[in-house]
Design a protein around this ligand. Structure first.
Ligand code: TYD
Ligand code: MG
Length: 491
């Protein structure tokens, strides 16, 4: 990895049409695309080291029988934070490269520092930060030890003197503030960590590129080098990446194909819950979700999210319905709130929080046309309690019920959950994994589930034959019937 010695120069390549230019151009002269030129490194030697020439490594690879190749589940490094391990597919794979993306301030640095401290018990961890000084990170670590370890070590938490507390901090966790990637790689060579954390990929740079840190070319080249490091040394590399709305800083999307695993930390910044979601994972199921709560002492695992999300629910209030949404393989119950109020000026507004805007438009349109709710002159607000985002159409029915319940001012049956996707004709469709959803509802004490009618095939017994017994299933065909069942007083 002595790329400093490799003679390199760079060129600019249009990402749309491939036109090459020696200097940056705002508009591509060939395809007229704007801002499409990205700087790329050109390696002078054909078999130079570096990820751009991985294909040049001929002669090094030898085919092996599949039975003799390592890679069993036991090879993973145990990660004591269960919710994090779940999302990774059961632990950290040595030599893997993992991107943790998310909005600024959501808790990425906190999560990875917590992980680093947990791992430093058994493994050597190098935490490289381009955003905070070593002192700042240390202060955060002390805060985390005080917060999380408060019950474990009350004496320590009482001590205001940081140095006394630092006795609890692991020696195996090395911190450095650095943004030059060559220097970082030297640090890695010297300190030989098992785990490397780079916070964040947008702050590191290679001096051979003219572009500034955070540009598409820097982000891409730096992460390729880190990937090469992971693959050749067996070090597991975690990179933090900020997602920004404007294109000024390269978002982690550029990196998604370079890394093995992409995790997103999501949540509403003004609410406590954080979802760690895997959107790509070469070593496990995707769409797996870990749930955390941001507290004074850092991120705390939420092992029973349904309970947490329903904790503040007002039973028998109009405009509230319970949906069962699947986050990966895990069913989660969430409260959906709806509010309709007469429009004061101009056009009626549709304001979703936690559900997709177009989905809300569709549901209100179906409620208007197929159920006869006169929503045209009403503003409609929908809110998912807990600050999580629901993308699943299986929550349609609960959203519709929350709106209808508010409009009619009749509460939804308190002991019922609603599951189902709404079609344009007002019909209900069956979402997947019904059994898991119903089990979770039953586990949390719900007595009734309003669901689409199952199509029973004569061969398998079909969907619905293996529903759990202890919960009453009300099967309905249409949204109209579902609302009839949901908005009537329970016996
Ligand atoms: P941070 O990890 O710095 O976010 P990111 O790296 O994604 O930009 O976390 C930022 C927020 O987390 C900050 O606003 C304060 C909050 N926080 C807590 O509430 N408790 C804590 O123990 C810590 C360390 C942070
Ligand atoms: Mg940070």
């Amino acid at each position: 990895m002595n790329m400093a010695k490799t003679k390199t120069h760079t060129r600019f390549v249009c990402q749309q049409c491939g036109r090459v230019s020696a200097s940056y151009m705002g508009k591509c002269p060939q395809c007229s695309a704007f801002d499409s030129m990205v700087e790329e490194v050109v390696h002078d030697e054909p078999v130079a080291k570096g990820p751009a020439n991985v294909r040049g490594l001929t002669g090094r690879s030898i085919p092996h029988p599949i039975s003799e190749i390592g890679g069993e589940a036991e090879d993973r490094i145990h990660l004591p934070i269960g919710e994090f391990a779940r999302v990774l597919g059961g632990g950290i794979v040595p030599g893997s490269i993992i991107l943790v993306g998310g909005d600024p301030g959501i808790g990425k640095s906190t999560l990875l520092l917590q992980m680093a401290m947990e791992m430093a018990d058994k493994k050597r961890v190098l935490y490289v930060s381009g955003e905070e000084s070593e002192r700042q990170i240390k202060m955060r670590a002390v805060r985390l030890v005080n917060g999380v370890g408060a019950q474990r070590d009350e004496q320590a938490s009482k001590s205001l003197d940081g140095s006394a507390v630092s006795l609890n901090l692991p020696n195996n966790l090395l911190l450095v503030t650095e943004t030059n990637l060559e220097v970082i790689l030297n640090h890695v060579r010297d300190s030989k960590p098992d785990l490397l954390i780079v916070d964040s990929i947008q702050t590191v740079y290679l001096s051979e590129l003219d572009s500034s840190a955070g540009s598409v070319s820097q982000v891409r080249e730096c992460s390729s080098h880190l990937r090469e490091l992971a693959k050749s040394s067996g070090i597991s590399v975690f990179m933090i990446g900020h997602v920004t709305k404007d294109g000024a800083i390269a978002g982690p999307r550029v990196l998604e194909h370079i890394v093995d695993t992409v995790l997103y930390l999501e949540g509403d910044r003004f609410q406590a819950y954080r979802l760690l979601r895997s959107v790509k994972n070469r070593f496990g199921a995707t769409a797996e979700v870990g749930v955390f709560e941001m507290r004074e002492g850092g991120l705390v695992e939420v092992t029973n999210p349904s309970e947490a999300f329903l904790a503040e629910r007002l039973v028998n209030a109009a405009g509230s319905a319970i949906a069962v949404t699947m986050e990966g393989t895990r069913p989660i119950l969430v409260e959906i709130q709806g509010l309709t109020s007469p429009t004061q000026f101009g056009n009626a507004r549709r304001t979703p929080n936690g559900v997709d805007f177009n989905r809300l438009l569709l549901i209100t349109a179906v409620l208007t046309r197929r159920v006869g709710l006169k929503l045209a002159e009403h503003d409609v607000f929908v809110n998912v309690v807990g600050g999580i985002q629901i993308d699943e159409p299986a929550a349609d029915l609960a959203i519709a019920a929350a709106i209808a319940s508010s409009w009619k001012d009749v509460p939804v049956r308190a002991e019922a959950v609603l599951i189902g996707e709404i079609g344009l004709a007002g019909e209900l469709r069956m979402p997947g994994q019904m059994v898991a959803r119903l089990r979770e509802a039953q586990k949390l004490g719900f007595k009734t589930a309003i669901v689409p009618r199952a199509i029973r095939s004569p061969h398998s017994g079909g969907m619905g034959s293996e529903y759990p017994k202890g919960i009453e299933i009300i099967e309905v065909r249409s949204l109209d019937q579902a609302l009839d069942a949901a908005l009537k007083k329970s016996k």
